[in-house]
Write a protein that binds this ligand. Structure first.
Ligand SMILES: NC(=O)c1ccc[n+]([C@@H]2O[C@H](COP(=O)([O-])OP(=O)(O)OC[C@H]3O[C@@H](n4cnc5c(N)ncnc54)[C@H](OP(=O)(O)O)[C@@H]3O)[C@@H](O)[C@H]2O)c1
Length: 243
């Protein structure tokens, strides 16, 4: 039996960027993929159609990760559509620049809410619907290893928290054979980085930034049977930025 015959995939924040790459790749791997979006219904529907045109199955669910109830409802809809879940990717995340002296309370609270609280709640909500041996994958950031630029202290705080969370969650879920791992991308060309991407390229040892599909390939690996002995890990994929 192949990996993909054992359940569905659910991607939180899947309409654009790295999340969309996760949806594309997991659908290509044979999983039916439910994914959430919050602000881009057009992107979400276009992705559903793109996946269908390629022979896969995807389903878009509007759900703001700031709301615990919305997360629970998204999981319910995903399970109703595609059945029990084999792979959960918690990708939804935001970045608001600001030094520790000037970051606003609102930005602090929003980043903690989406980048930390929602990651915990998404895993917790999915838990009753995960098959034994399921894969939980979070998207952290290489800033948990090294930030390198000022103005990212809160973002670094949130992504470091995710690296810690996966260790505890991995231990909690090990008895069910469920693995929990964290991918830490460096600069990837998405809407989130559009304003800074050209400035970042020369700073990279590889003289380029990453593409979303390159993170999608790592997600595919972690989702598969061959990654079954890896859990609680944070894997950095950043072209050498943090070396
Ligand atoms: N790009 C990078 O260089 C980079 C590097 C390291 C880590 N990361 C992390 O990778 C993840 C994805 O980043 P990206 O670059 O692909 O960002 P992006 O292009 O801005 O996409 C963000 C995604 O998250 C979703 N999202 C944001 N807030 C949400 C909310 N409240 N509820 C539900 N979904 C929400 C968005 O949904 P809508 O489309 O509906 O708005 C979108 O699909 C984030 O966790 C980010 O921190 C990115």
């Amino acid at each position: 039996m192949s990996d993909s015959t054992r359940g569905a995939a659910l991607v939180f924040g899947g309409a654009r960027g790295i999340g969309a790459a996760a949806v594309r790749r997991l659908a290509a791997d044979g999983y039916p993929v439910a994914f959430t979006f919050v602000s881009r219904p057009d992107s979400a529907q276009a992705l559903v159609q793109e996946v269908a045109a390629a022979g896969g199955r995807a389903h878009a669910i509007q759900a703001d990760s700031a709301s615990a109830d919305a997360i629970i409802e998204a999981v319910r809809q995903a399970v109703e559509k595609f059945g029990l879940i084999k792979v959960v990717v918690v990708n939804a995340g935001i970045y608001r620049a600001g030094t520790i002296g000037d970051v606003s309370l609102r930005d602090l609270d929003e980043m903690l809410s989406i980048n930390v609280r929602a990651v915990f709640l998404s895993i917790q909500a999915a838990l009753p619907h995960l098959v034994d041996g399921a894969r939980v994958i979070t998207i952290g950031s290489n800033v948990a290893v090294r930030t390198g630029i000022p103005g990212a202290s809160v973002y670094q705080l949130t992504k470091t928290a995710v690296a810690g969370l996966v260790k505890g969650a991995a231990l909690d879920l090990a008895p069910r054979g469920i693995t929990v791992n964290n991918i830490q991308p460096g600069p990837i060309e998405t809407d989130l980085t559009a304003s800074m991407i050209e400035a970042l390229k020369p700073l990279s040892p590889l003289r380029r930034v990453g593409q979303p599909h390159e993170v999608g390939a790592l997600i595919s690996y972690l989702a598969g049977d061959e990654a079954g002995y890896m859990t609680g890990a944070s894997l950095t994929i950043d072209g050498g930025f943090t070396l």
